[in-house]
Design a binder for this molecule. Structure first.
Ligand SMILES: *Cc1c(COP(=O)(O)O)cnc(C)c1O
Length: 371
């Protein structure tokens, strides 16, 4: 390696600044994991199935199973039919859930709306599943009549359907009960519903009137959630849940475990990170969600009050608005889609932070600001 002008001290300084001016991505940056630091002295690896101990002893599968159990309870998945694992991110959860659908229905066709996360199309490509992209409504929710027509057009093939609980761009929530009603009306019985709840999966259980991801009420097959979004984590991670009786596995003698997960080696640190967050904050999740919703409404109202375009979907903390000038986009690390941008209001976006953003975004000559 050549001599480097980089240093970890300078990196820390940059990260501190970049944390203060972050608004675009749905990451809870308010994290405190001091307790986890001593674990960095160990090579943790949860390789193989979380429910099969395996030969490698430096694992945290007992913590992993408790995190899975927390989510199983949240989504009313019966204990004796619970399976899941801590993934490397929400994308891996989507890959897993959609692959599970294909394992159950090798001739299945994958359906998802235009507003699906790009990992859904990626899963179709990786696993060679025919993919039918269904139209969305303007606010990002799937267009039910288009879904219905697409299913009629392919009536003889099983359906693997990706349902969004919080789309990436506008935070729109697809109506699970409507999707299931369409399947019933068309008498389609061979289907697998995968729910992508990357962010929304941690919002809807705590919002009154929202449709929860409910395994006991709806015939859902799998759910993926990102761990580093609402819960927050210093490294990306995620959770995927499935019904145990549908999960196929193959024994691997070398591991002393079974090969049920997408990757081989798996992060042993993230289960403890999520476990610790759940231990400390599970009784505050509802309050955190309520505060994010209130602050999102505040941001939305402030923008609308200036006669500018804004969008805030029900059961969502994502405020969409017109793309501001490039300096503001850079300074606040906004994710943009053509002419629109959004702020996903998270726990660290307090009123003062949002006010500062609004003030800066309105400055006629923002070039006085530092990126
Ligand atoms: C963020 C997101 C994902 C992907 O999650 P990662 O953890 O970034 O891989 C999937 N679906 C939706 C709707 C998302 O917003």
């Amino acid at each position: 390696m050549p001599d480097s002008c980089l240093s970890i001290d300078a990196l820390l300084e940059r990260l501190e600044h970049r944390t203060k001016f972050h608004a675009g991505y749905p990451y809870n940056l308010q994290i405190d994991y001091q307790k986890i630091l001593p674990l960095l002295e160990y090579m943790l690896n949860n390789l193989g199935d979380p429910y099969v101990e395996g030969n490698y002893g430096l694992n945290t599968k007992d913590f992993e199973r408790e995190v899975i159990q927390f989510f199983a309870n949240l989504y009313h998945l019966p204990i004796d039919d619970t399976w899941g694992y801590i993934t490397s991110c929400g994308t891996e959860g989507n890959l897993y859930g959609i692959l599970l659908g294909r394992e159950l229905y090798p001739n299945g066709i994958l359906y998802g709306s235009q507003d699906c996360h790009y990992s859904v199309a990626k899963a179709a490509k990786m696993f060679r599943i025919p993919f039918v992209e269904v139209q969305s409504q303007n606010h990002g929710e799937i267009e039910y009549s288009s879904l219905r027509q697409a299913l009629i057009n392919n009536r003889n093939s099983p359906a693997i359907i990706n349902v969004n609980v919080g789309t990436t761009v506008t935070g729109a929530v697809d109506d699970l009960s409507k999707v299931i009603q369409i399947l019933e009306e068309l008498k389609i019985t061979d289907f697998h519903i995968h729910v992508d709840g990357a962010l929304g999966g941690m919002l809807v259980p705590f919002i009154e009137g929202a449709i929860n991801i409910d395994f006991s009420k709806y015939p859902i097959g799998s759910v993926a959630v990102s761990g580093h979004k609402f819960i927050g984590s210093p490294v990306p991670c995620g959770i995927v849940l499935a019904r145990k009786h549908q999960v196929k596995s193959s024994d691997v003698e070398y591991l002393g475990s079974t090969d049920t997960t997408i990757t081989g080696s798996r992060n042993g640190l993230t289960p403890v990170i999520l476990w610790d967050a759940i231990q400390r904050r599970q009784h505050m999740f509802a309050l955190e969600v309520a505060q994010c919703l209130q602050n999102a409404e505040y941001l939305y109202n402030q923008i609308v009050a200036t006669d500018q375009f804004a969008l805030l979907n029900p059961f969502s903390t994502t405020v969409v608005f017109q793309r501001p000038v490039e300096l503001i986009v850079k300074r606040w690390q906004l994710a943009c889609y053509g002419k629109i941008a959004h702020i996903v209001v998270m726990q660290n976006h307090t009123r003062p932070v949002l006010s500062q953003f609004l003030q800066e975004a309105e400055i006629k000559n923002p070039y006085c600001l530092v990126v």
